[in-house]
Design a protein around this ligand. Structure first.
Ligand code: RIB
Length: 311
């Protein structure tokens, strides 16, 4: 059943200022590469997912921290411009706003280094202070750029209030066993799926096996992202490969964030998981044709036009 009310999504996660340099090739250790252009844009996986969800039409709340520096006001204003509610973003004067240094080569591949700053101090108290909006949301989105105890706690709070949890386990790291039982959809890429499941992934069968290991741990559904090959949805109903849309990649930064946000918004709208993954593939495809993590995140109308054109 598709709801016609704006769905509500909360995001507990990271907030960054991203420093982008476009270059012909990525540096190797010890190498200095002369870049072609430089831009500074708001980013962070949590923030990107919140902005994407808002652009796709969800009432969106961000829960996180910014620092006591010049970037804080900039990223907060950016949230406001995009319609994200920042009532639960705390200004932490004892540290800096999270920053990411991102190199993008001529094929659209990237290298990212993050200094978390305020992200590293997002606490269970921050989750408690936002409990009203988290518990009234259709979906809670989580990633792994903030302390893991906060991620587990937020997932538990959401689960206790029957709020669906979408966990994007990026950047890759191991998870406490407790969290798996709280997750409605886990969205690892191949590497993350291998790390979390312990299954060495070399074939399609291995991916399915890894997903089943994660489901045995308590996850309801697993969506493994496969880059240019699309995504594999593994659920109680079966295994479905949902192909990617073919586009020419310019910058893959934030593609996972676009994917996760579209998936979460579609779930919040009451769509089936297969339909949600198709929309997520479309959002990611649009994103990779544009430079910048947030600059490239699609609005609802972009998604609808894109799907009309490919049809
Ligand atoms: O997913 C892309 C994001 O990862 C960037 O915006 C950067 O801030 C890092 O967190």
């Amino acid at each position: 059943m598709v709801s016609f009310l704006a769905p509500q999504v909360s995001v507990v996660g990271s907030i960054h200022m991203d420093f982008f340099i476009l270059m012909d090739h990525l540096p190797v250790p010890g190498e200095t590469v002369l870049g072609k252009s430089f831009t500074m844009q708001p980013g962070g996986k949590g923030a990107n997912q919140a902005v994407a969800a808002a652009r796709l039409g969800a009432k969106t709340y961000m829960v996180g921290r910014v620092g006591g520096d010049i970037f804080a006001e900039e990223v907060l204003n950016n949230f406001r411009r995009n319609g994200v509610d920042v009532s639960y973003v705390r200004r932490d004067l004892e540290t800096h706003t999270g920053v990411a240094f991102i190199f993008v080569d001529s094929r659209g591949e990237n290298m990212i280094a993050v200094a978390p700053g305020a992200d590293a101090r997002v606490s269970t108290h921050d989750v408690d202070s936002a409990i009203d909006v988290i518990s009234s949301s259709d979906v809670l989105m989580l990633q792994l750029e903030i302390p893991i105890e906060t991620v587990v706690y937020a997932a538990k709070v959401a689960w206790e209030h029957n709020v669906k949890v979408v966990l994007n386990p990026a950047p890759a790291r191991t998870l406490p066993e407790e969290i798996y039982g709280y997750i409605h959809v886990l969205t690892p890429n191949r590497i993350e799926a291998q790390m979390l499941s312990g299954v060495r992934i070399e074939s399609r069968e291995d991916i399915v096996k890894a997903a089943h290991v994660l489901m045995d741990k308590g996850v309801e559904n697993v969506v493994i992202t496969l880059g240019a090959e699309g995504a594999l949805l593994v659920s109680e109903e079966g295994v479905y490969h949902i192909p990617a849309f073919k586009v020419r990649p310019v910058d893959t930064t934030g593609a996972g964030d676009a994917f996760n946000a579209a998936l979460a918004v579609a779930i919040a709208e009451g769509r089936s998981l297969r339909e949600a993954v198709r929309l997520a593939n479309a959002a990611a495809a649009i994103k990779i044709t544009r430079v910048g993590a947030q600059a490239g995140l699609p609005y609802r109308r972009d998604l609808e036009e894109f799907l009309r054109d490919v049809r």
